[in-house]
Write a protein that binds this ligand. Sequence first.
Ligand code: NAP
Ligand code: 8YV
Length: 314
Amino acid sequence: MTDQTELLLVNEFHPETIARLDGKYRTHKLWEVDSKDRIELINSLSGKCSAAASASWEVDPVVYELESLQFIAAFGVGVDGIDFSKTRARGIRVSNTPDVLNDAVADLALAMILAGSRNLINADAFARQGHWLQGPFPFGRSLQDKTLGIAGLGRIGQAVAERALPFGLNIAYHNRRQTESDFSYHDSLESLARDSDILLGILPGGESTRGLFNRKIFRALGPEGLFINIGRGSSVVEEELAQSLAEKEIAAAALDVYENEPRIPVSLSRLDNIILLPHIGSATLETRRAMGQLVIDNLAAYFNGSPLLTEVQN
Ligand code: NAP
Ligand code: 8YV
């Protein structure tokens, strides 16, 4: 039976989870309301509704106009969509969905490493289009004894490293702080890039990582280097990546994330030495369901007055 607790749903982050929340709470769907009428909905919920659920990377700022808002349950681990200056100032608590997506994102990272090293997407087109009849496909690159540089050795970065070791890759990494791992630490991204054959970004978004992957880093990676980004698009200067790829300052790239999703710059999409994926790192049925369950469990904990399962400390 639906209880009468009011819940604001900010965007359609996962239809299956939304349907489960519809069955549990009195839900209000912000995205179904015209932008100009949203403030009216928000005002009508004032004093009655204290919780919202939203995609973690995208939150309509009108949500902060809800005076009684005390909790945002975010679907996703990267909380760059949350305005922490507002949540901090107002004591609004935030939860996210860490760890349950590590395996799916790390699996995709390995798929990108393999597809990039062996040029799989172009190989498929080559075979399909009959070019094989004119001669063999150009050689790819082996992984054994190469160095995978991980920018962001956190939960997902660690899962990528664990998968990469059996392929014979050496692991190096850069974080702001050295971890306890035995992997070789670089205190700058440029030094990591210089030491890497494959440079993989799995950094959060936000101001501290904005534009970190720029031409200087691509030049340090070098003409045989493969660049992969599965963290946030805002960490890459996309036009400089396009120039480095076009001028063969690096060999190839594979991206899952972009600065202005779902838009991908033409300067990137016209190149044939880049693999472009539509932000599918966590997009498996099982993982999205587990993320949804964590949103549901955090909301239940909030409404019961229990500790949140995965509160973001901000
Ligand atoms: P995490 O455990 O917090 O790891 C983030 C790592 O990045 C930490 O090791 C952190 O170390 C490092 N870092 C943060 N800011 C940095 C900076 N300015 N310079 C250098 N290193 C920095 O997070 P996670 O769970 O692994 O997730 C990482 C990110 O992946 C998320 O925030 C999200 O943006 C992205 N993601 C993408 C997908 C996808 O579908 N493509 C899916 C899930 C997550 P220090 O704090 O020591 O610097
Ligand atoms: C998205 C992600 O959240 O968790 C993250 O930070 O980038 C993804 O898992 C996902 O696209 C759902 O919005």
